[in-house]
Design a protein around this ligand. Structure first.
Ligand SMILES: Cc1cc2nc3c(=O)[nH]c(=O)nc-3n(C[C@H](O)[C@H](O)[C@H](O)COP(=O)(O)OP(=O)(O)OC[C@H]3O[C@@H](n4cnc5c(N)ncnc54)[C@H](O)[C@@H]3O)c2cc1C
Length: 393
């Protein structure tokens, strides 16, 4: 009879969230084992953009948490062995009408009150930013602290350093069954044998609910599909991240002044120059289950939207398109939390369109929870049971 491998902490999921948790937790001196069903970063963390943003976060807790994460990523750029294309040139939001400009003013004031480096931009500032912008844009706003990474390089880099510190990482190891014995120890059955653990962290992104189900824990996370076009650099369109103000409205579910199809597919301009100077152009937002096949219809609307803001992009070459599934929760915040009903079981999932931005702070806070220490930021708003409380109310 073969015996199970015993571990102190098992992290299920080898995306950017599992990577950040393994790095900070091994750094804190704990014994960590990671189980990933495919290759590292084979889920949403390689089907996304790489922005570490505060510009699109709700003023208050959400933007403060993002700011803290940005500071941590800045430190990681010095601390990790493998570079991950880190740059921090800031980012901007552009407005296409008077109403958006007014809303942008409010947004900037709220963020500045919370101590973040936000500024308004006028038409001239936009012209100086890029000669490729459409002439009729009203202005915009800028967040100075925003940065960009290559998301799968950051995932690999975190795992590389975690392994150097002693983490054991098992790829092609799918968790099939998870339960507890009479002493409360976890028994984890996988396609590559059995493990036992004192603590288990569920970092499975959109698949987190399936792991929860194995322990009778219901996790309200749903896949929200998003698509990206990769364009080649024929023109120097811009050096930093640009989004339309309507992206915020699309993310938070408000009403925009756009055509029906753009609204239906949740298409809003996101423009990201990569280090190699290709351009990632997005994106869309849809609830269509676990289907991550690219839709050409949506590609068309994303391209149309990009051309609205950068007319000359109509002549640019497309290299490829891809789609990923954002792990969505209904209040737009992730779940980073113990589960009181199952002592030793933790969830770190549900980062929707912010998992790259929030990976570092999630990893740090989860490491602190696992070590029984006080957390760097207050975590009440990220608790698993916040959803249950709403049902009771
Ligand atoms: C188009 C698009 C653009 C985006 N742009 C940005 C951006 O600019 N900035 C930003 O902050 N965020 C962005 N996001 C969001 C970000 O990509 C996600 O929030 C983040 O990647 C989620 O990471 P994760 O580690 O939770 O999930 P994943 O990367 O999906 O990792 C989960 C892992 O769990 C594994 N797994 C699942 N089930 C099992 C099992 N039973 N056993 C073992 N392993 C299992 C999976 O194989 C997977 O590797 C974007 C998303 C999309 C779709």
């Amino acid at each position: 009879m073969h015996s199970a491998t015993h571990c102190d902490v098992i992290i299920i999921g080898g995306g950017i969230i599992g990577a950040a948790i393994s790095y900070y937790t091994t750094k804190a001196g704990l014994d960590v084992t990671v189980l990933e069903k495919n290759e590292l970063a084979s889920g949403t963390s390689s089907r996304c953009d790489g922005n570490i943003l505060a510009i699109d976060k709700d003023p208050g807790f959400d933007s403060q948490m993002s700011l803290k994460s940005q500071q941590l990523v800045h430190e990681l750029a010095q601390e990790l062995h493998v570079p991950f294309e880190y740059r921090n040139p800031g980012s901007i939001l552009v407005c296409e009408n008077e109403q958006e400009l007014e809303a942008a003013h409010k947004w900037v004031n709220q963020q500045r009150e919370a101590g973040l480096e936000f500024h308004m931009l006028d038409r001239n500032d936009l012209k100086n930013e890029s000669a490729y912008f459409a002439d009729d844009l009203y202005g915009g706003l800028e967040c100075k602290t925003d940065s960009t990474v290559n998301p799968y390089m950051l995932t690999y880099s975190l795992f590389y350093s975690a392994k150097q510190l002693g983490a054991k990482v098992h790829t092609y190891t799918e968790v099939k069954r998870l339960n507890r014995d009479e002493n409360g120890q976890f028994i984890v059955q996988t396609t590559a044998g059995e493990f036992t653990a004192n603590k288990v962290v569920n970092a499975c992104g959109v698949w987190a609910p399936f792991i929860g189900e194995m322990l009778g824990v219901s996790i309200p996370i749903h896949p929200r599909k998003g698509q990206i076009i990769v364009a080649s650099r024929q023109h120097p369109v811009g050096l930093r991240k640009v989004m339309e103000f309507g992206y915020l409205i699309s993310k938070f579910g408000g009403e925009r002044q756009v055509d029906n199809m753009t609204e239906k597919y949740g298409v809003a301009l996101v423009f990201e120059p990569t280090e190699s100077q290709n351009f990632l152009i997005g994106s869309s937002r849809q609830f269509v289950g676990f289907n991550h096949k690219v839709s050409h219809e949506i590609t068309k609307y994303i391209a149309k939207r990009a051309i609205r803001f950068y007319p000359k992009m109509a002549d640019m070459m497309v290299i490829r398109t891809y789609a990923g599934l954002r792990p969505w929760t209904k209040d737009h915040l992730p779940i980073v939390s113990p589960v009181d009903e199952v002592p030793g079981f933790y969830i770190a999932s549900g980062h929707e369109g912010d998992g790259i931005s929030l990976a570092a702070i999630t990893g740090k806070v989860m490491a602190e929870m696992l070590a029984g220490e006080e957390t760097t930021i207050p975590v009440e708003a990220l608790r698993y049971d916040r959803f249950k409380e709403r049902v009771v109310n």
